[in-house]
Write a protein that binds this ligand. Structure first.
Ligand SMILES: *Cc1c(COP(=O)(O)O)cnc(C)c1O
Length: 393
């Protein structure tokens, strides 16, 4: 019977209705290519919305990260510092360049890169005479990392920052849009992100020369000749004009989407406030959190339940929830690389992975559907409490 209930997703695409207009336009004008007026306009709209000089629309957020590393001349054997608590896409481009990732732990205020761990990683790298070529800072689930502290450390060592803002479009840090503080910012428009082109990404920077070179690399690095001549390694990374049309319509409602996501988060706060073990991801002072996904962790030495058990319970009711990202330094692919924990005693990313859960946060989820999610969590937790009480009686 349960399986008859309509599935509630973690965060599914939410169309505005205007996307079709731009798609139709590309068909009418026959701009069915990885360039064209929709691509130009989407890039301009992003520049205006986040406040940067230049933007390059590409086929994915991963492609944008890869280009950023190329533009910073990251090569085989170079080191790149990277947040450990993230999706694998933050790291794969480092491996594409045969560079060496060094993983930096999170801290509890933001769940993002720990400035303490970053500082220790830099001190060691300096001692070894091998500073990183770049630092990739991830803004997890829409929350900005502590950029003031991170920028100060990176400026001291003169190492550029790439902001992986794939999850944080629409968030702000002290009045500035997420993704515009480092040398490069990267956004993703994958199907589950706050806005989508079904698949796509954007590289942004104030450095127009760098973006122009990114444009060249993203289009197979063709030399300026009347024939096809190539002197450098390039990629086929440009965004399709059809998909950019979807992006234009999606971006026009980003502010509305952030408000809807924040309202979803507020309803979870109210609905779960009496379960004291649940600690929702905070919003760091001076920032706006886009609340792409509402997440919490179970703050208890003897937890009543594991994230996996709650996720299974929700799955039985046809509701999609997910564990917090498994840290990169724990991945079988990556466990040979170095990792710096927040402190000697605190390994924050591992704790958040073991105890953290992402709740359904789609902007097309109805209030009734969200109430169903809350009610299932409530009854699951009270059953666990009773069992616990009886067991300890
Ligand atoms: C989604 C995501 C990416 C990659 O974006 P794609 O467009 O799927 O390639 C990179 N980093 C993080 C943190 C993400 O969530």
């Amino acid at each position: 019977m349960e399986s008859n209930k309509k599935r509630i997703y973690l965060s599914s695409p939410h169309m505005t209705g205007n996307e079709q207009k731009y798609i139709d336009l590309s068909f009418k004008t026959n701009w069915i290519a990885p360039l064209g007026p929709n691509v130009d306009r989407f890039e301009e709209d992003i520049c205006q919305y986040v406040g940067v000089n230049d933007a390059l629309a590409v086929s994915s957020g991963t492609a944008a990260l890869h280009l950023a590393l190329r533009l910073l001349d990251v090569k085989a054997g170079d080191k790149v510092f990277c947040s450990t608590l993230t999706f694998i896409a933050s790291v794969n481009p480092i491996l594409y360049q045969q560079a060496e990732p060094v993983f930096i732990d999170s801290e509890f205020d933001t769940w993002n890169m720990s400035p303490d761990a970053l500082k220790r990683a830099f001190m060691d790298a300096e001692k070894e005479g091998n500073l990183p070529k770049a630092v990739i800072v991830v803004h997890l689930y829409g929350q900005n990392a502590k950029m003031d502290e991170i920028v100060e450390i990176c400026n001291f060592y003169q190492v550029p920052i790439i902001e992986d803002a794939a999850e944080s479009l629409g968030s702000t840090y002290k009045g500035r849009k997420s993704g515009t503080i480092g040398k490069f910012g990267v956004f993703s428009f994958n199907g589950n992100k706050i806005i989508t082109t079904s698949g796509g990404g954007m590289l942004v920077s104030d450095d127009k020369t760098a973006i122009a070179r990114g444009r060249f690399l993203a289009a197979q690095a063709r030399d300026n000749k009347p024939y096809y001549q190539h002197s450098e390694l390039g990629y086929n990374y440009r965004m399709s004009n059809i998909l950019a049309g979807i992006g234009i319509a999606q971006l026009s409602v980003i502010e509305e989407r952030v408000k809807q996501k924040q309202a979803i988060y507020q309803r979870y706060i109210r609905g779960l406030s009496d379960i004291k073990e649940i600690v929702l991801m905070p919003e760091y002072k001076g920032t706006r959190h886009n609340r792409w996904l509402t997440t919490f962790y179970i703050d208890s030495e003897q937890p009543l339940f594991t994230p996996f058990e709650l996720i299974q319970e929700l799955e039985r009711e046809n509701i999609e929830a997910r564990q917090v990202w498994k840290p990169m330094h724990l991945q079988p692919l990556l466990n040979e690389y170095r990792f710096y924990s927040h402190s000697e005693h605190l390994n924050v990313a591992e704790t958040l992975f073991e105890r953290g859960i992402c709740l359904p946060s789609g902007t097309n989820m109805t209030e009734d559907e969200q109430s169903r999610v809350i009610q299932i969590i409530q009854s699951f937790v009270s059953r666990r409490r009773e069992q616990h009480f009886i067991a300890n009686f």
